[in-house]
Design a protein around this ligand. Structure first.
Ligand SMILES: C[S@@+](CC[C@H](N)C(=O)[O-])C[C@H]1O[C@@H](n2cnc3c(N)ncnc32)[C@H](O)[C@@H]1O
Length: 240
């Protein structure tokens, strides 16, 4: 397997913040991770694995997880999580836009809270499609645009200003389901929910979890848009 030599993402302050926040959110988010990964088997690639909180939730029917993480600090946490996991996890540097793995090598791919942060959503999903075998499954848990008109306007304004620099390149106005569909996946199920479920709605509260599939008859010829109607498209389409 080829290894990336240079980190495509460098957010050390966000990485420390996320490592703490995500662990404290685990009582609420852990059940979503269980739902996300239930029933998976064979070889699985996880893209943007962060500090590796999904690892403990992979069922033992999974033979191997290749966990791609571009941010060095988060990758170190992920390596620790991998040691505690019940399934074999190989933590690998690399970015979603150029996955350092062979084509059609995986039975399933997992993205959780990642499509909001990648620089080029369309290219990332095209890569996911490339590395999945035809008929392979994409499991997703993402946040995106939601709420009423005022919230959506606010989300777009945040994406053009303070949100990405404050939160490690995250965007809140993307549309993950539309993006996945546009990338040529067949959507099999989607559940919409809020995180947190109660209390004030945050710009990042509007979540979806679901399953999609690379069509069996896929010739690997990607198409579609990036599902991102914010005005910072130049940034979204640039790969470092
Ligand atoms: C909010 S964290 C989510 C981490 C983890 N997936 C989870 O569910 O807790 C976003 C993750 O996306 C990663 N990321 C950002 N840009 C990326 C890219 N271009 N390719 C792959 N991962 C990326 C970040 O380094 C970070 O680990």
């Amino acid at each position: 397997m080829a290894r990336a030599t240079k980190d495509a993402v460098h957010h050390p302050v966000f990485a420390r913040f996320y490592a703490r926040l995500s662990v404290s959110a685990e009582p609420r988010v852990g059940p979503v991770r269980d739902e996300l990964l239930a029933g998976l088997s064979g070889r699985v690639i996880e893209i943007g694995a962060g500090n590796g909180l999904n690892f403990a939730h992979f069922p033992t029917t999974v033979a191997e997880v290749v966990a791609i993480e571009p941010e060095a600090s988060l990758r170190r946490f992920a390596l620790e999580s991998a040691l505690r996991a019940e399934v074999p996890v190989d933590v690998v540097p690399g970015a979603a836009e150029a996955l350092p793995v062979k084509s059609e090598a995986f039975d399933a791919a997992v993205v959780s809270l990642v499509l909001c942060s990648v620089r080029d959503v369309r290219r990332s999903l095209s890569e996911v499609r490339r590395v999945l075998r035809p008929g392979g499954e994409l499991r997703f848990f993402e946040h995106g645009r939601g709420g009423g008109r005022a919230m959506r306007t606010f989300q777009r304004a945040l994406d053009r200003t303070v949100w990405p620099p404050l939160f490690g390149g995250c965007h809140v106005s993307r549309d993950p389901v539309a993006t996945i569909r546009a990338a040529g996946f067949e959507i099999e199920s989607v559940r919409e929910f809020l995180v947190p479920e109660t209390g004030p709605r945050l710009p990042s509260s509007y979540c979806v979890a679901g399953r999609a599939r690379r069509p069996e008859s896929d010739d690997g010829d990607g198409h579609g848009g990036d599902g991102d109607d914010d005005d910072d498209d130049d940034d979204d389409r640039t790969v470092s």
